[in-house]
Each structure stands twice: as C-alpha cells, then as structure tokens.
Design a protein around this ligand. Structure first.
Ligand code: HEC
Ligand SMILES: [Cu+2]
Length: 379
C-alpha cells in the first residue's frame, strides 16, 4: 500500500478492526442517554428521507416538459396544521425526555459516595475521602453511585468520561458536581474536553471500575494513612481556625459542629444553606456571608490554602457531625453544654474525632495555641 500514507493506512486499519461508532455503555445512565440520542438520529433520518423523497418526487412530477406553466396553489389549513403539529409534537417529546434525563444526570442520589477532583494544567487529581490520592487516574467501585465534587485550580477545564456519558465543566473558584454509577468493571478513558492550553491533549487519564470488594482492597492498599478529614483537622489547628472556632461559649467564631447542611442565619437577616461551596466561600471570603450574632473579624485565607487544603477543611467540617463513627466515639457526657468553657477542654473535645490519637503531638499542642500560620499550605 504505497499509494497512501502509512500513517493514514494504519489509522484506517485500526479504525476498521476496532470499528465502533460509540464508546461502550459502562454506566447506568449511558443506555438512557444513547436511547435519546438514537431517537434524535432516527427522527433526523426520517425527516431527511421525507425531504429527499419530496424534492426528488416533485422535480420529476413537475418538471418543465410536463408543467411548462407554473400553477399557483394558495393556502391549505390542513397541510399547514400537519406540518406544524407533527414537528411540534416531536420537539415536545424530545424536550420532555431530555429534561427528565437532565435532572437524572445532574441530581446525585443522596447515598452517593463523594470523591473530589482538582483539575489543573495539565492533569486531573483525585482525592478520595479516605486520603487516597491519584493523578490522571480514578478508581471507582461498580454498582454504587459516585459523586464527583470538582474544581479547577487555574483555568476552565471540562471533565468527561465518554463511556459513562458524563461531562461537566470544571471551573476555577467554584465547585461543580457530576455523578454516575459504573456498571461494568474495566478501564475507560478520561478526558479534558475544553481546550485549556498547550498540553490540553495530554490532560487525559484512566478510570478503573472495580468490583466492590476489589475497590475495598484498593482503598485499603493505597491509603496515605490520613483521611481528608484528618488532614483537615490538622490544617484547622495549624491555621489557627480553632482559636476562634473553639466551640467554646465565649468563642469569637461560631461553633462549626453540625453546621454542614444546616441553614445558618446571616447578619443581613437572610439564611444560607451550608454546603461545600458555602464552606469554601466562608474560608476565602468571610465577609461574603457574615453569620448573625458574630463580628466580621475572620481573616481571609485567600492565597494561603491550596485547593486540596480547602477540600481537607471542607471534609473536616462536613464530618464534624455527619460521620457516624465520630458521633459514636464521642462520650455523650462530654457533649453536654454544661461542660462548655472549661479551660480549653471543649476546644479539644469539639474538634477531636476518632482519629485524634493519630494526630501528631505537635498538632495536639498547637490546638491550644492561637497563632495563625500564614503561608501556602500544600497538602
Ligand atoms: C479571628 C477569628 C477567626 C479565625 C482565625 C477563623 N474564623 Fe471562621 N469565623 C469567624 C467568625 C467571627 C465567623 C462568623 C462571621 C462571619 O461569617 O464572617 C466565622 C465564620 C466561619 C464559617 C461560617 C460558619 C457559619 O456558621 O456561618 C466557617 C465555615 C469558618 N468560619 C471556617 C473557618 C476556618 C476553616 C478557619 C481557618 C482556616 C477560620 N474559620 C478561622 C472567626 C474566625
Ligand atoms: Cu484541561
């Protein structure tokens, strides 16, 4: 085959042998997305066939030899109603179908496990709650809904797993989420689908879907020893957050225990729902929503904490109430408000979770201290 470029030839051979118009369907939503897509293709093809047939038919029927004089035909309500109502019905079906699918794709189930994704030029970093870190690779269990909370630390990126029919913008300064339930163990492509600079094409990775028990083994085998919440706890102490958020009745900042997914009253009389984004904003932009009953004295931590560090803090504050194990190991007598304000004991109690024994001694002591440590924390 010398009359055709070897590269092109190789491409053609490769394409013919692995001929696939669509990526595999490896998530629960994938067949549903494809069904809508095939429906769109089908009505487009039918529409195209009708148009071609009419054009061809009419040009033969009304060709010049047979119809030298043009006949003017005016108005047919029936015809006009038909070609209005049929397409309208088709568009409405597509619209409703698409909207229902959209809500399914963007509303994560409440029991989804959460993994954090940080995009940067030019790589994807994944942070599992147990403290497993990955670069350009993502391990997920099959048969379980997984939500990704994503953010970019520089420019716009877009996170896409074609086999899961999942794609979402990853934006600097704002958390976005996407969820999926992988069905078939295997490895799949992970892409950045938004041009984001010179090496954009290398911002790719591999998603590995494991059977639940294999996933357990993987998490156990690749943990860094510290969960995100534990890292967050350390940061909370080393950044001096606990000096104001001590949980103490006389503390200068609000108690952060159980604040996650609650509604906090704000100084301007409104309420804010506390989610990941609210926590992140509160740390970087404390004056944005000032909590009612508190002076706006919290310093901004803009530029001092990396995205990963912020994720750790968010995870920590999140788990100050929602982690069942933390609550279980808390001695109930210690949670009594009557214990508040006993020379710093409360400070230690409120922000100590079950892992406190693993927190290095230096941090344990810093916890009592008040000095904030400036400087970028790169976790
Ligand atoms: C100088 C004392 C001070 C320090 C240090 C401080 N905060 Fe705050 N923080 C406050 C005060 C006061 C508020 C309430 C007023 C406001 O929202 O600005 C607050 C509000 C918050 C809120 C919103 C909670 C709510 O109930 O509305 C979060 C979350 C938070 N801080 C986290 C942190 C974290 C994380 C750190 C460390 C990186 C930190 N804070 C350090 C004083 C402080
Ligand atoms: Cu990118």
């Amino acid at each position: 085959m010398h009359f055709i470029s070897p590269v092109l030839w190789q491409f053609l051979v490769n394409w013919m042998t692995h001929f696939a118009l669509f990526p595999p369907e490896a998530s629960r939503i994938a067949p549903q997305v494809d069904a809508l897509y095939f429906f769109l293709i089908l009505i487009s093809l039918v529409g195209m066939a009708i148009v071609i047939a009419l054009v061809a038919g009419f040009s033969i029927l009304y060709r010049k030899e047979r119809n030298p004089e043009a006949t003017q035909i005016e108005g047919s309500t029936l015809l006009e109603a038909t070609w209005t109502i049929i397409p309208l019905a088709l568009f409405m079906v597509t619209f409703v179908w698409g909207a229902l699918l959209y809500f399914r794709i963007y509303d994560p189930p409440t029991n989804a496990m959460n993994i954090y994704i940080v995009g940067k030029q030019w790589m994807w970093k994944a942070e599992h709650p147990g403290g497993q870190h990955e670069i350009n690779s993502l391990h997920v269990p099959s048969g379980r809904p997984v939500q990704l909370t994503m953010i970019s630390q520089d420019v716009f990126h877009s996170f896409s797993i074609p086999a899961f029919r999942v794609k979402r913008e990853v934006i600097p300064g704002r958390y976005t989420t996407v969820w999926f339930e992988a069905t078939t163990p295997g490895t799949y492509h992970l892409f950045c689908t938004q041009y984001c600079g010179t090496l954009h094409s290398q911002m790719i990775g591999e998603v590995t879907v494991l059977k639940p028990e294999e996933y357990e083994a993987w998490t156990a085998g690749s943990t860094s020893g510290m969960s995100l919440a534990q890292n967050g706890e350390r940061l909370f102490a080393s950044l001096g957050c606990n000096s104001c958020h001590s949980g103490n009745a006389a503390a200068r900042g609000p108690n952060l225990a159980a604040v996650y997914s609650s509604r906090v009253p704000l100084a301007n009389g409104s309420y804010a729902f506390v989610d990941d984004a609210f926590l992140r904003d509160s740390i970087l932009n404390p004056t944005m929503h000032v909590t009612a009953g508190f002076a706006p004295i919290m310093p901004t931590y803009q530029g001092q904490i990396s995205e990963e560090g912020l994720i750790d803090l968010v995870e920590y504050i999140k788990h100050l109430h929602s982690n069942y194990r933390i609550q279980q190991t808390l001695n109930t007598s210690e949670v009594q408000p009557s214990n508040l304000g006993q020379n710093g004991i409360t400070a230690q109690r409120t922000y100590t979770d079950m892992h406190s024994s693993q927190v290095p001694q230096s941090v344990q002591t810093q916890r009592q201290g008040t000095a904030a440590q400036p400087g970028v924390v790169n976790q």
